[in-house]
Design a binder for this molecule. Structure first.
Ligand SMILES: Nc1ncnc2c1ncn2[C@@H]1O[C@H](COP(=O)(O)OP(=O)(O)OP(=O)(O)O)[C@@H](O)[C@H]1O
Ligand SMILES: [Mg+2]
Length: 315
């Protein structure tokens, strides 16, 4: 078996690291303890968290991802605990918090390293007490969901610099897995490429192939954006290629893209397709290609597409 296949997303790879990851997922799924997933951007932290949930007894309950970078400080409790109608201006209806919505499922706190010190103190209380009180309510309720955390930060450094609470770090660092960058497990690249080409295949079209030179070019590259970057490169190559076989000329690496005109056209087409897939929702499109909203806007501007978006056509 080349990996772990389930639902529409699969974990692909044959490296020792991937085997360790699969065994970690099964172990973590059996336990109820807090899980911490570490790794650079694009290494597969989200996917790993989802798999732990899918393979656990909680899989019939919701999986609720919460991006800690995006939670405004003053809405943290309202989002997580929920509130009673009238408990503050704007609370026009009762609202369930995400910790209750999750029921017996899994709450995935993504980018936990981005939480402010103030919110870290609140998070510590949630983990220790496993109770919540909806804002404006008097009843204390138990939290049944299991917690998974992820970060691309170096926690030990953050703790040393006083930017992350040591006590919180110990609470979440119970079952931990660190996903190594793609450049340290290049033997997985061919399998990943095949998997991406399978996903890229449209309708009744035959699946595109990749020639040896293109493969060699990928094997020589370091992928600072990891698997997400590999996906983007293959998606671009599929747009660019004229036949059914991707050649080395179709493989445009990040540094080549900025310097050539063909790259600009391909990026424009990729941005257009991404926006189309996301029904012109720029936040979703930014997430899909692994950029922040601000970076996405800059990319649109750089490719003279910022104005066109509003009229829903680009090229
Ligand atoms: N082992 C794998 N096999 C196949 N696809 C993978 C694997 N790992 C990750 N991917 C794919 O790579 C992409 C990035 O993965 P994911 O979003 O889980 O990364 P991440 O570490 O959470 O990134 P970020 O730090 O930017 O949030 C996704 O499309 C995911 O499906
Ligand atoms: Mg992620």
């Amino acid at each position: 078996m080349n990996g772990l296949i389930s639902g529409d997303s699969e974990i692909v790879g044959k490296s020792l690291i991937i085997k360790e990851k699969l065994s970690f997922i099964h172990k973590a799924a059996k336990s109820d303890k807090n899980v911490l997933i570490l790794g650079e951007t694009g290494t597969g932290k989200d996917l790993t968290a989802k798999k732990v949930h899918e393979f656990s007894d909680r899989s019939n309950n919701p999986f609720i991802p919460i991006n800690c970078t995006n939670i405004p400080e003053d809405l943290f409790e309202a989002e997580l605990f929920g509130y009673r109608r009238g408990s503050f201006t704007g609370a026009i209806n009762d609202k369930l918090g995400l910790l209750e919505v999750a029921k017996n499922g899994t709450v995935f706190f993504d980018e936990i390293g981005d939480l402010s010190l103030h919110l870290q103190a609140k998070m510590l209380r949630i983990i220790e007490k496993r109770e919540l009180r909806r804002i404006g309510d008097t009843v204390t309720r138990k939290i049944y969901a299991r917690f998974i955390f992820a970060t691309n930060k170096n926690f030990q450094e953050e703790v040393k610099m006083g930017q992350f609470r040591k006590d919180l770090y110990y609470r979440i660092n119970v079952i931990t897995f660190s996903i190594p960058p793609l450049r340290e497990r290049k033997e997985d690249i061919p399998l990943l490429v095949n998997c991406i080409l399978r996903k890229e295949r449209k309708g009744g079209e035959p699946r595109k192939q990749i020639n040896q030179w293109a493969q060699n070019k990928l094997m020589a590259y370091d992928f600072p954006g990891n698997i997400r970057e590999l996906e983007n490169i293959i998606e671009r190559a599929c747009i660019l290629s004229e036949g059914n076989i991707l050649t080395e000329n179709d493989i445009e690496l990040e540094n080549e893209l900025v310097s050539n005109n063909k790259g600009v056209k391909v990026t424009q087409e990729l941005l257009r397709r991404t926006l189309e897939t996301c029904r012109w929702n720029k936040t979703k499109a930014a997430i899909k290609i692994g950029k922040s909203r601000r970076q996405f806007y800059r990319l649109l501007e750089k490719h003279q597409m910022a104005g066109c978006v509003r009229r829903n056509y680009l090229l």
